[in-house]
Design a protein around this ligand. Structure first.
Ligand code: KIV
Length: 282
């Protein structure tokens, strides 16, 4: 006798944004982006965002590292897979960690291909300006959409000696503008512009053909990105450019305090949280 499998499998294709959709948003509606590292958060952010970045900030935010330099590709792939499971419509982008793409365009291709094929994400991000343009072109023309990242580049913290904003005097502007133009002309789908003075944010946005996604780069950009844990008040470091849209950290502490008190005074677990023997009333 045959048994009928009644499991319903949802085979409808995901209506996921593509790199091309994001690139086409320049000058239209502002592009909404946030970071995500885990499935439940990705699922919550997905319907509100155009792009979810699996940022190498995961090292600092989830693993307590003091910079992003200790993050490796396996970590990014693990979190990338988790985010792809939760995202149905936003474009998922995987950050290439420090040391996985700078050596040569071939090294970059090898690692970017792993990041896409092992996660299901739709693009990678890498930091760098003129010096990375050849790599961006190499990847873009071989099936790997690239999101650039210029201005303040956290992976270069040791060269710059910190995370101070860039372009606060006009003589610092041109190299950053040139970096953004080089990455855009090399075929990047968009460029993240981090930590620059407001007029430079506008100037870069006007100077390049692809969307500019700002983080601490003013409302003059084509879109915005924040680290989700920063804007939810879950991460202690609070740079000037972060607006806290919630104070989840405080809420968590209050909940944990309640839990600890109730365990200590034996009011949790209560009747309704307790299994009864079969056949017992209620
Ligand atoms: O790693 C990250 O989260 C980032 C964003 C801050 C843009 O690169």
């Amino acid at each position: 006798m045959s048994t009928i499998d009644k499991t319903v499998i949802d085979v409808r294709p995901k209506r996921q944004a593509t790199a091309k959709n994001i690139a086409a948003m320049k000058g239209t509606t502002p592009i909404v982006c946030l970071t995500a590292y885990i499935t439940p958060m990705a699922a919550r952010l997905d319907k509100h965002c155009d792009l979810l970045l699996v940022g190498d900030s995961v090292g600092m935010v989830l693993y307590g590292m003091d910079s992003t330099l200790g993050v490796d590709l396996d970590m990014m792939i693990r979190h990338g897979r988790a985010v792809c499971r939760g995202a149905k419509q936003a474009l998922v982008v995987i950050d290439l960690p420090f040391g996985t793409y700078e050596e040569s365009k071939e090294q970059a291709f090898r690692n970017a291909a792993r990041a896409l094929s092992e996660t299901g994400a739709g693009a990678v991000k890498l930091e760098g300006g003129i010096e990375m343009a050849e790599t961006v072109r190499f990847l873009s023309t071989r099936g790997i959409p690239v999101l650039g990242h210029v201005g303040l580049m956290p992976q270069s913290v040791h060269v710059h000696g910190g995370y101070a904003a860039r372009g606060r005097s006009v003589d610092e502007w041109q190299p950053i503008i040139d970096d953004a133009i080089a990455i855009a002309e090399a075929g990047a789908i968009a460029v993240v512009l981090e930590g620059v003075a407001e007029p430079l944010g506008r100037k870069v946005t006007e100077s390049v053909s692809c969307p500019v996604i700002g983080i601490g780069a003013s409302s003059g950009c084509d879109g915005q990105i924040l680290v989700t844990e920063d804007m939810l008040g879950l991460f202690a470091i609070n740079p000037k450019f972060v607006k806290r849209f919630a104070e989840i950290g405080h809420d968590i502490e209050a909940a944990i305090e309640d839990y600890a008190n109730e365990v200590r005074e034996r009011s949790f677990p209560a009747e309704e949280h307790t299994y009864k023997m079969r056949g017992a009333n209620s």
